[in-house]
Design a binder for this molecule. Sequence first.
Ligand SMILES: Cc1cc2nc3c(=O)[nH]c(=O)nc-3n(C[C@H](O)[C@H](O)[C@H](O)COP(=O)(O)O)c2cc1C
Length: 214
Amino acid sequence: MKDEGAEVDVFYTKKLAVKPCEGEYACWFKTPGACFQRDDMDPLLSLISRAEVLVFATPVYVDGMTGPLKNFMDRLIPIGHPEIEIRDGHCRHPQREKLEGGVLALVANCGFWELDNFDPLVVHMKAVAKNLEREYAGALLRPHGGALRPMLEGGMAVGDVFDAAREAGRGIVRDGRIPEREMKIVSRELLPREAFIDVANTRMKRALDKLGRR
Ligand SMILES: Cc1cc2nc3c(=O)[nH]c(=O)nc-3n(C[C@H](O)[C@H](O)[C@H](O)COP(=O)(O)O)c2cc1C
C-alpha cells in the first residue's frame, strides 16, 4: 500500500486498551458520536471514519475473528447514527461521516488446511462492510498458514505468496479492490492435505514427547 503512495497507520488490537462496549447507547443519545468510556478508542473513531481503505487482519479463532478485534468492532457503534434506513433491501444505520468510495478488506490466516475455514469470517466481514457503508474489497486468506514460515525458511518456493500479497496492497490503493489473481495466489495450496496432516501430527507428537506428555 505504501508502494502505491498510501499513508498507512497500523494498530494491533491486542496492544490497544479498548474496554468492551457496555450497550449503554450513550454514544447515540446522551453524547452523540462519542462513547462514555475513555480509552485508546478515542482517537481511532474519527480515523476509522475517514480512512479510505480499512484492512482488518486476524487469525481465525473458533471459526471467526479474535476476541480483541471483535471487541474493537463493537466499539465502532458511535460512528453510526441511531436512525434505521433500508440500504440494498436491508436495515442499516447510516454512518455519521459520509465517505465516498470507502472500502474494507480482510487479511486472515488459519491453522486448518481448507479454504472454507474462512467462510464464517468472510460472511461476517461482508456484513461489517455494509454496516460501515463501504464496498467489500476482497480478502487475503491464508489457510494452513502455519506451514508458510517453515516452508520459506526451508527454502521452498513460496515467494509467489508474498509477492501476491504485496501486489494486492498496491491493487487496493490503485483500484479500490484486491485483484482476483492475487487473492487466488495468496490462498493457494502449499502442500496436499494428507501431507499437511502428516507433518502437523508428527510435529505435534514430537513436541508432546519432548515434554513427556501425551
Ligand atoms: C483459540 C484459537 C482458536 C483457533 N481456531 C481455529 C479455527 O477455528 N480454525 C482454524 O483453521 N484454525 C484455528 N486456530 C489456529 C490459528 O488460526 C492459526 O494457528 C493461525 O496461524 C494463528 O495465527 P498467528 O500465527 O498470526 O498467531 C485457532 C487458534 C487458537 C489459538
